[in-house]
Design a protein around this ligand. Structure first.
Ligand SMILES: [Fe+2]
Length: 190
């Protein structure tokens, strides 16, 4: 096996993965309560259709037939997302849980496309690399967008948790009249 074969195999993996996502993303959109989140999934569904086409174009550039190789990893990630969507939880928590599931998907794709671009570049297939780098950028942008949408959701949940703690706390009012600080706010995920 050579690097070109490995490149094609990874493209086949992602080709199948993207096709699975074209079907799964609308389900995530439907399960989302936050309108921005729902819109992000709807937008990314359309983007994903374009990514499928880009891979077809890349196969053509390599002179091979566009073909998928069943991606067990994406299947597993989607199964886990579906398990999450089947659970009972409040809307904001569900949104955050769906974001987590979607970010795992994006990270898988970022790893895959990053590798493909590097391999294609290594053997002088710069046109293939440039084309698929557009997809890589879209996946990174989606990942960032999800982080951004998650921030106010988490802040809100943090405030609610702080309030509940205050309500549950034993009665006598303390001397401090200051406002309760929401716990865990402003902490960025690395
Ligand atoms: Fe994708």
């Amino acid at each position: 096996m050579e690097i070109r074969d490995l490149l094609i195999r990874e493209m086949q993996d992602l080709y199948d993965a993207e096709k699975q996502l074209v079907k799964a993303l609308p389900k995530l959109a439907k399960a989302a309560s936050n309108t921005e989140l729902r819109q992000a999934f709807t937008d990314h569904t359309e983007e994903t259709k374009g990514q499928v086409q880009r891979l077809e174009q890349a196969f053509q550039m390599l002179g091979v037939k566009a073909k998928g190789k069943p991606c067990a990893a994406m299947k597993g990630l989607i199964t886990e997302a579906q398990e999450t969507m089947g659970e009972e939880m409040e809307d904001p928590l569900m949104d955050s849980a769906i974001i987590a599931a979607a970010q795992k998907v994006e990270h898988y794709e970022i790893a895959g496309y990053g590798t493909i671009c590097a391999w294609a570049n290594a053997i002088g297939l710069n046109d293939v690399s440039d084309l698929l780098e557009e997809t890589l950028d879209e996946e990174k942008a989606t990942d960032d967008k999800l982080t951004e949408i998650n921030e106010p959701i988490l802040a809100e949940m943090g405030r609610d948790a702080g309030q509940e703690d205050a309500e549950e706390a034993p009665a006598p009012a303390k001397k401090s009249a200051g406002k309760t600080q929401a716990a865990g706010s402003g902490r960025k995920a690395g």
